[in-house]
Design a protein around this ligand. Structure first.
Ligand SMILES: [Zn+2]
Length: 647
């Protein structure tokens, strides 16, 4: 945690053009700077930077935000991590917030485990590169398998000496506590012994998203060993194997760049692909793919290509895991490698260009692949056939997007030579069954049309496309944020005896009076936050929202200050820009438009409901609601005419 004062100091120091300039070559265009977008491939620059506003935005892919948002996206970091990067760049000392004793203990424990793991990764690497045993046995193994020294260094590969407790003794001699060696699983302790878990194995550190070793995989070298070929660190405070994929730290930037993630099985598959020049690759490393792992990947892309070797049993076993990817709404493709090849061997034989070309030419859609696979398998087994078809339809039914589902059903109908209609009814049966398993959600009521998405979490800005914000909602927020702190009446307009509240007090009072919600989740979030902040002395709405940790908020608010297509104007222009003279006339009108639109939306929702409604009581109730809405509408217009909107 970084305290607010430090955050402000960092944000005061950063210059967006310098931050972006580290990644993009920028040219001046008017008051802004432009360059090629670092987040998508383009030839004509559409990435705009506004030094005056401190924000950037790509008009091609929509990414951008303030300096912190930019670093989060460019380096794939969390908000706090990005702040630290900026602090370092500008030489600002980061004061962390004081923690409670419990938080401190927990953090200390985590930190201690991290420190021990980091030490161990370094130690194993030294043993690999500098000890006689390591060089003779482990290094020669890696080199024989075709890995070069730069890949060994990049992934911090290592070796644990073939001694009972060589590493444990070295760690204790270097001052590390036994407690943490045991908690990370590096040391196994029992009655009177403390042994190295990984003795005699080559070591693959598993890195966290921010590049810290949090666990290890170790592979035996002696073929005579009866122990498992691969051994992993046990679960710890640091390491939850279902939540991390191997290679994510080294892959994250390229996953974003190529908008695709390759999924392979083992550590060496990842290494070979990297060595061949393909870096957007991760491995589930032995465990069955989990939803958490998929969501980790989805932070960077919604496209996954699974690379399979030709082993039929292996493919069948993993089909279930891939259903999980579909369920997360991701696009899954499958690449079957030539017979006898795995990603490791295949990558070693091909250049990056050849490899990418092979992938592009041969990858197929997962559903098509699965249907084909099962159709071939059940060709001569009529009994199994029905079950297999049902299995494919089940996978299709998991896809959240209806259009995609339809396309795949058509495709399957062709592959299985079965009527589309049959598959449709099979799918609706599956969907009904699944719906029965899920606890019923309360149906959305017509009153409650607000689509408040809730506040997005700090670390993961939402990647979903937000519904366009209705114009009326934009207008209200514009007056709130731009002019909220100004008095409603200008000096010469104030009627005698009339109070002169600030614009924000008027807007908030009026909206809250009618319990108004914005239909757009983002707009609602901004409004709620404004209400929370407006009571604070010295609240500067523009500054506050432009520094927001959610890039969607930053860019939305920057848009309120931009005129037409221009991202922003210069600071001077902002101050000189005419404040509308007749706020007392405009503001009530803007509020009216919003309420009017809201009522219309509700009316339409009720009418829609009426269309499908056969129950008479329900019809009466809906008609009653409609009548009420009409009354409200009349009232609204009357109130506007009477200028008594402020109460
Ligand atoms: Zn872009």
């Amino acid at each position: 945690m970084i305290d607010r004062a430090t955050v402000d100091r960092i944000l005061d120091a950063v210059r967006i053009e310098e931050v972006v300039g580290d990644y993009v070559s920028l040219r001046r265009r008017g008051v802004n700077l432009v360059g090629n977008c670092p987040f998508h491939d383009e030839k004509t620059p559409s990435f705009h930077v506004s030094p005056a506003k401190g924000i950037c935005k790509c008009f091609g892919c929509g990414k951008g935000g303030n300096s912190v948002n930019f670093i989060m996206e460019a380096e794939q970091l969390s908000y706090v991590e990005a702040l630290k990067v900026l602090a370092k760049k500008y030489g600002i000392e980061v004061k962390e917030k004081e923690l409670t004793p419990e938080e401190l203990t927990q953090q200390n424990e985590r930190e201690s485990l991290l420190i021990v793991s980091e030490w161990a990764a370094g130690y194993f690497n030294r043993m690999l590169t500098h000890s006689d045993e390591g060089k003779a046995i482990a290094m020669s193994y890696f080199l024989e398998r075709g890995f070069n020294e730069s890949i060994i260094e990049k992934f911090q590969l290592g070796y644990c000496l073939d001694q009972k407790d060589g590493m444990t003794r070295a760690a204790i001699a270097a001052g590390y506590k036994e407690e943490f060696l045991i908690k990370t699983g590096l040391t196994i302790a029992g009655d009177g012994y403390k042994n190295d878990r990984f003795r005699g194995r080559v070591m693959f550190p598993i890195h966290s998203l921010s590049g810290k070793p949090i666990a290890f995989g170790g592979r035996v070298l002696k073929t005579s060993d009866k122990t498992a070929k691969y051994l992993n660190s046990p679960e710890s405070e640091l390491y939850h194997k279902s939540k991390i994929v191997y290679g994510i730290y080294h892959a994250r930037k390229d996953i974003v760049k190529h908008d695709r993630c390759f999924l392979v099985e083992g550590y060496t598959d990842v290494l070979s692909m990297h060595q061949a020049g393909i870096e957007n690759v991760v491995a589930s490393s032995g465990t069955a793919l989990t939803t958490d792992q998929i969501r980790l990947i989805r932070r960077f892309t919604t496209n996954i290509t699974v690379l399979y070797d030709g082993d039929f049993a292996g493919i069948k076993a993993s089909l279930r895991g891939i259903d999980l990817i579909l369920e997360e709404g991701m696009d899954v493709r499958v690449l079957l490698l030539p017979d006898g090849e795995d990603p490791d061997s295949f990558a070693k034989k091909n250049s990056a260009t050849a490899l990418r070309a092979y992938i592009t030419d041969n990858e197929t859609d997962f559903i098509r692949f699965k249907a084909q696979l099962l159709a071939d398998e059940s060709k001569n087994d009529p009994i199994g056939r029905a079950r297999l078809i049902s299995d494919v339809v089940k996978s299709i039914s998991l896809i959240p997007d209806e259009i995609k589902r339809t396309v795949f059903l058509k495709e399957s109908s062709r592959i299985f030579e079965i009527g589309e209609q049959v598959l449709y009814s099979e799918m609706s049966k599956i969907q009904q069954k699944r719906a029965a398993e899920i606890p019923m959600q309360r149906p959305v009521q017509s009153q409650n049309i607000s689509a408040n998405a809730g506040s997005p979490t700090m670390v993961e800005p939402p990647r979903d496309i937000v519904r366009p914000v209705p114009l009326e909602e934009i207008e209200v927020l514009k007056y709130l944020i731009r002019y909220g702190g100004l008095p409603l009446y200008g000096p010469e307009d104030l009627p005698e005896g009339q109070e002169n509240p600030n614009v924000d007090v008027v807007i908030v009072g009026s909206l809250d009076e009618d319990d108004m919600k914005f239909t757009n989740g983002l707009a609602q979030q901004i409004y709620e936050e404004y209400k929370l902040q407006m009571v604070n002395e010295g609240f500067e709405p523009e500054k506050y929202f432009l520094r927001h940790e959610n890039p969607a908020v930053c860019m939305f608010v920057a848009g309120l200050f931009a005129d037409d297509k221009k991202l922003s104007r210069s600071k001077v222009n902002d101050e000189v820009r005419n404040v509308p003279r007749h706020l007392f006339k405009i503001v009530p009108k803007v509020i009216f438009e919003l309420k009017d639109q809201y009522v219309k939306t509700m009316q339409k929702a009720i009418l829609d409901e009426l269309t499908g409604c056969t129950d008479e009581d329900e019809q009466m109730r809906l008609l009653g609601e409609l009548q009420q809405l009409n009354a409200i509408k009349t009232q609204l217009s009357a109130r506007l005419g009477g200028r008594t909107i402020t109460r």
